[in-house]
Design a binder for this molecule. Structure first.
Ligand SMILES: [Zn+2]
Ligand SMILES: [Zn+2]
Length: 263
C-alpha cells in the first residue's frame, strides 16, 4: 500500500532537519515508551526490542466483523458471540493489539494521566491496522479519518479528545485526511456496568453530525469511505452508533472501525 507523503517541506527545512533531530535527541534522548530504556542513537521507533516483541498484537483468528480475538485454530471465517444476532452498523472493526499488559497501561496513561506525548507510540500501533488484508487492498488516500467524539464538557475536563489526537497523528503518517465530522450532543452515563442492550439504549441520541463551519463543504461525509478511529473497542456499541449516524445522516458509503486496542 502506498500513501502520499507528508506535505512538501522547503529546502531549508530539509537541510536543517538532521541537525534539529540530533539536537532534540541530545536534550531528550528517545526512550522506549513502555520501559523507558534509551533507544540508542538514531532510533526512530517507539519501543525497545524486548517491549516491541512483547506487544499483545491481534493476530488471526479473529471475528471478521467485530475483531474479537480467539485462541486456538479456526480455519473458516466466523462470527463471534459478541456480534451474532446483533446489528452492527459499521462494515467491520480492526484492532492493532489486545487491551492487555503494556498496551492497556499506555492507553490509560494517555487518556487519564494526560501523557499526550504517548500519542506517537499509540498512533504507530494504530497504523498497523491498515495492514489488515481487507484494508491493505484499498486506496486509503481516498478515505477519511473520523474520530469518535467526546462531549464538550468531557473534552474540556480532559483538555483533548484522545481519538482526534490519534487521527491527527495517523493523518501525518499516511496522508489520509482527517475531519471531526461527528459531535457528541448528549452526555451519557458510564457504559462500564451496562450490558449490551443497555449500552445501545444509553447511546441513542448521543451523537450527531457536526454542523459544518461556513468555509467547509456542506457534507464532509457524503459518499465517503470512512475510517472511524477510537482508542479502545469494547462491545462496539459506541462505534456502531457513530457509524449509524455517519451512514444514515452523513451519507457515508462505508465505515470501518480502527482502534489501538481490543478490550
Ligand atoms: Zn522497552
Ligand atoms: Zn464478532
Amino acid at each position: 500500500m502506498s500513501f502520499p507523503g507528508p506535505p512538501a517541506e522547503s529546502r531549508l527545512q530539509r537541510a536543517l532537519q538532521p541537525a534539529w533531530s540530533a539536537f532534540v535527541d541530545l536534550i531528550y534522548p528517545p526512550l522506549c515508551s513502555v520501559c523507558h530504556v534509551p533507544l540508542g542513537d538514531g532510533a526512530r521507533g517507539w519501543f525497545c526490542k524486548g517491549c516491541e516483541e512483547a506487544l499483545p498484537l491481534v493476530e488471526p483468528p479473529y471475528c471478521k466483523v467485530c475483531g474479537e480475538v480467539y485462541d486456538g485454530a479456526f480455519t473458516n471465517e466466523f462470527r463471534c458471540a459478541n456480534c451474532s444476532g446483533r446489528k452492527l452498523e459499521f462494515d467491520f472493526a480492526v484492532a492493532a493489539c489486545r487491551a492487555e499488559e503494556a498496551v492497556r497501561e499506555l492507553v490509560h496513561q494517555f487518556k487519564y494521566e494526560r501523557r499526550l506525548h504517548l500519542r506517537g507510540a499509540l498512533a504507530a500501533l494504530l497504523l498497523r491496522t491498515l495492514d489488515e488484508p481487507r484494508l491493505a487492498q484499498e486506496n486509503l488516500a481516498d478515505w477519511l479519518l473520523v474520530p469518535v467524539p467526546l462531549h464538550r464538557s468531557r473534552e474540556m475536563d480532559r483538555e483533548f479528545n484522545q481519538s482526534w489526537e490519534l487521527c491527527l497523528r495517523l493523518a501525518q503518517l499516511t496522508g489520509i485526511p482527517a475531519a471531526n465530522a461527528l459531535a457528541r450532543i448528549r452526555e451519557t452515563d458510564s457504559q462500564a456496568n451496562l450490558d449490551r442492550d443497555e449500552r445501545l439504549r444509553n447511546l441513542r441520541g448521543a451523537f450527531a453530525l457536526r454542523k459544518p463551519r461556513f468555509w467547509e463543504k456542506i457534507s464532509l461525509t457524503q459518499g465517503r469511505r470512512i475510517l472511524l478511529v477510537d482508542d479502545v473497542f469494547t462491545t462496539g456499541a459506541t462505534t456502531s452508533e457513530c457509524a449509524r449516524i455517519l451512514r444514515r445522516e452523513g451519507g457515508a458509503e462505508k465505515v470501518v472501525v480502527i482502534t489501538v486496542a481490543r478490550g
